[in-house]
Write a protein that binds this ligand. Structure first.
Ligand code: HEM
Length: 432
């Protein structure tokens, strides 16, 4: 996501021409001037697409929170992403992310136990090893950090879900296709075909995985879903498959961009990097500010349950409302000097993980992984350099970075530590 602090770049009369649906706005453009103008002049904004479908956009922090929080007015049951605007999500009521309470709550409770910080504690040493293997190529020169970050989540979700390591690269590619079907690198034929084919392959994959385990589910996350009781009955096959898909997608398409987006912010603000490097206690704050700054999930969508209004604007039953998280995280009424990257920002109540009943269930896992990664980075890297211009993902859902080549000046002794990390654990499997 390119970052612009210029809040006068879009005049009020130009807001009507803005196309927040266009994936190119996020791939080669910058949504921040438009979001900033909308927050100021049109905080509840309607856009109609050439095919007649339409949606409302809310861009202010408190409106975003209200829409995400209040399932009695705004349902998740019909789907939560712009990519399926106007359709009916077949996973509605079956997949946690596309359900409302009480069905949602009955699925979420047992899954939360599996993904709590406490349950994940035993994974910490493994994630630290993964992190060191991942950053090891820094010792050898210029390195495509964004490509390596793309592989990062599979190393923990793949392990947690008990998925064979040989399948990880394919799953990473399929999840990116599902959120960036218009990106030239991931598109297969026409955009619609890419999304359908990614969904088909991912659902078949998990369906096969669940069948293969029949009678012997295993004690990993997939096994736990297979044993799960919801409302006094066993979880059905399609419900298990949809939730496996959602967990994998949730982790794979967001975490890499929080990594790349935070490193990029630290390169653009070297004084902030020096502060964290001098005081590793600031890593937690740097990770939170990196999440606010990068906001890897641009939006989530809801549908209006019954006629309602936001800021005096009337919304009809069935209208789609898109909550723009990336905009809420720059709301000047909530964040002081929101276009300043500040690793000591406090308070920092960002909504990168959403708000309300659907608040990201993977947040404890993402936070553990990001903190470990940045702890290792600041302990080893004295200074980063950007080697080539950054390339963004063409997607209206994910604020993504797909190419970002960096080099580092390492701290004394770090090169040896990174070499040890490789030789202790075999070759580094990531792309250079
Ligand atoms: C930096 C990393 C991440 C970001 C920025 C992020 C962002 C989000 C956001 C904004 C939501 C709210 C969706 C809504 O309101 O409809 C959400 C929900 C969700 N996330 Fe994440 N996520 C991240 C990591 C993860 C990880 C690691 C996992 C898997 C373990 C995951 C799985 C999910 C699932 C399953 C939901 C649906 C929760 C529910 O409906 O109750 N996410 N995430």
């Amino acid at each position: 996501m390119k970052i612009s602090a210029d809040d006068t770049a879009v005049a009020p009369h130009e807001i009507g021409e803005a196309d927040l649906h266009a994936p190119t706005l996020y791939g080669s453009g910058d949504p921040h001037p438009i979001w900033t103008a909308m927050r100021r002049h049109s905080p509840v904004h309607r856009q109609e697409l050439p095919d007649g479908r339409s949606f409302w956009s809310v861009t202010r922090y408190h409106d975003v929170n209200d829409v995400l929080r209040d399932h009695t007015r705004f349902t998740s049951n019909r789907g939560t992403l712009l990519s399926i605007l106007g359709g009916r999500d077949p996973a509605g009521g079956k997949m946690m992310a596309a359900s409302d309470p009480p069905v949602h709550t009955s699925m979420r409770r047992p899954m939360m136990d599996m993904l709590s910080a406490r349950a994940l504690r035993p994974m910490v040493p493994k994630v630290r090893r993964v992190v060191n293997r991942m950053i090891a190529p820094l010792a050898a020169g210029s390195w495509n950090l964004a490509r390596a970050a793309a592989d990062f989540p599979m190393a923990f979700t793949g392990t947690l879900m008990g998925l064979p390591e040989a399948d990880w690269p394919r799953l990473t590619r399929l999840t990116t296709m599902a959120v960036a079907p218009d990106d030239p690198e991931f598109r297969q034929g026409k955009g619609g075909g890419t999304l359908a084919s990614a969904h088909h392959e991912l659902f078949s994959y998990f369906s096969g995985e669940v069948r293969r385990r029949a009678g012997e589910p295993g004690d990993d996350l997939v096994g736990s879903l297979m044993r799960m009781q919801v409302g006094g009955r066993a979880f059905r096959h399609d419900e298990i498959v949809y939730n496996c898909y959602s967990l994998l997608l949730g982790a794979n398409v967001t975490t890499p961009h929080a990594v790349a987006g935070t490193v990029l912010a630290l390169i653009d603000h070297p004084e902030e990097y020096r502060r964290v490097a001098a005081d590793p206690d600031l890593v937690t704050g740097a990770v939170e500010e990196g999440l606010r700054w990068s906001s890897p999930a641009n939006h989530f969508m809801r549908y209006v349950v019954q006629p309602t209004e936001i800021r005096g604007v009337e919304l009809r039953r069935g209208d789609a409302v898109v909550a723009w998280l990336g905009s809420a995280n720059r709301d000047e009424e909530v964040f002081a000097d929101p276009f300043r990257f500040d690793v000591t920002r406090s308070p920092n109540r960002h909504v990168a993980f959403g708000f309300g009943p659907h608040y990201c269930i993977g947040a404890p896992l993402a936070r553990i992984a990001l903190r470990l990664l940045f702890e290792e980075i600041v302990g080893k890297v004295a200074e980063f350099r950007l080697d080539t211009p950054v390339e963004h993902l063409t997607s209206n859902f994910v604020a993504g970075i797909k190419d970002m080549r960096v080099s580092a000046r390492l701290r004394q002794g770090a090169a040896e530590e990174l070499e040890e990390a490789i030789s202790a654990d075999g070759p580094v499997p990531v792309t250079r």
